[in-house]
Design a protein around this ligand. Structure first.
Ligand code: FAD
Ligand code: EPU
Length: 285
């Protein structure tokens, strides 16, 4: 298979949390045709594969033997009127910033969410009361059989921190429908969001964003906080004293330490509040 690939890359380098074993096979197609060839080859062989973006919503526990696809498409952003299209491997924050510079409003909420555009579509990433599906005009993806589909979002495809783009589907690109705006006003809103994030989230240590989804009408962070778990530490993995739904890496944490800490938080929140938190991060083992 003629797709650029590397062997035995530590997940510590591929994820923001910085733990995990080795990525045995990392395929990094530089064109959509290469990505399609990869998916078709896996489908033909009946070989399950995984899709990696910026690794900012992942907790990897072991070595991963299955082939991993990480798109490395050319970084070209296309503007048609107020529509902005970018490849899935484009940096998410960089795209939000490019929109702002171009005087396009609508992606301000995205300006503090790391990772790739593809990961943000797959997760229907959101903040400050907005989420991707609200600005998504259309997107292109590969089916698990390697067929290319282009469509607009439909009911049932995207929910809070969830989409149907799993199970081997690969987002290739997405188009946002934005609005003309004043670059200074956009920048002001971005600045306000960044200040809020800076005061409430532990951005100085490696983390994977919020570990658990908010249960309907509740805040997972508050539930974990009220259970008295802030500062709970297993080795170098800690429940952040700043925001209880963030687990942070003090430098040398291991995957096992994060697994133990997540299990402890789950059990304690169930015991204290009778609530079963659902992970937002994806756990790879
Ligand atoms: P990854 O972590 O690489 O992957 C996540 C999932 O997406 C996996 O299932 C993976 O298989 C899939 N995936 C990745 N790329 C593709 C693709 N091209 N096609 C199909 N599937 C794909 N999230 C929010 O929603 N709101 C926030 O406010 C927020 N704040 C954060 C703050 C910090 C400091 C950090 C570290 C994370 C935060 N997150 C937040 C979580 C994370 O940034 C988002 O979920 C992000 O969209 C994940 O993108 P990624 O490219 O890193 O995906
Ligand atoms: N709170 C506590 N203790 C804590 C943390 C929070 O009491 O340790 C309280 C806060 O005081 C506030 C409430 O809980 O009253 C909500 O907290 P916050 O405003 O920080 O928002 P959140 O619900 O914890 C959500 C998203 C974030 C997103 C922010 C801003 C989820 C799981 N989290 O956090 O998204 O950045 O809103 O919109 O939906 C992510 O998904 O990874 C993520 C970081």
């Amino acid at each position: 298979l003629k797709v650029p690939h590397r062997r035995d890359v530590p997940f510590a380098r591929l994820t923001t949390l910085g733990v995990g074993g080795l990525c045995r096979w990392l395929f990094e197609p530089t064109t959509e045709a290469e990505a399609q060839a990869f998916v078709r080859a896996c489908a033909r062989e009946g070989l399950p594969y995984r899709v990696l973006g910026g690794g900012s919503n992942l907790v990897v526990l072991d070595d991963i033997e299955a082939p991993v696809l990480r798109l490395a498409l050319p970084r070209e952003v296309r503007r048609e009127g107020t529509l902005l299209t970018a490849p899935a491997s484009h940096g998410h924050i960089a795209l939000a910033e490019a929109a702002g510079r171009a005087g396009l409003s609508g992606l301000e909420f995205a300006s503090g969410i790391p990772g790739s555009l593809g990961g943000a579509i797959r997760m229907n990433a959101g903040a400050y009361g907005r989420e991707w599906v609200e600005v998504l005009d259309r997107y292109r993806f590969l089916t698990p059989e390697g067929e290319l589909v282009e469509k607009g979002p439909e009911p049932g495809e995207f929910r809070y921190r969830w989409s149907f783009l799993t199970g081997g589907r690969v987002v290739l690109s997405a188009t946002a429908r934005l609005a003309e705006g004043d670059p200074a006003a956009i920048q002001a809103r971005v600045g306000e969001y960044r200040r809020k994030r800076g005061t409430s989230q532990p951005l100085s240590r490696r983390n994977a964003g919020c570990i658990f989804k908010n249960p309907p009408g509740q805040s997972a962070g508050r539930l974990i906080d009220q259970a008295g778990l802030k500062g709970l530490r297993v080795g170098d993995a800690e429940v952040s004293p700043e925001h209880a739904n963030f687990l942070v890496n003090h430098g040398h944490a291991t995957a096992g330490e994060f697994a133990e800490l997540m299990a402890t938080v789950l059990a304690k929140v169930r015991e204290v509040h009778g609530v079963d938190l659902e992970p937002e991060v994806e756990v790879w083992r």
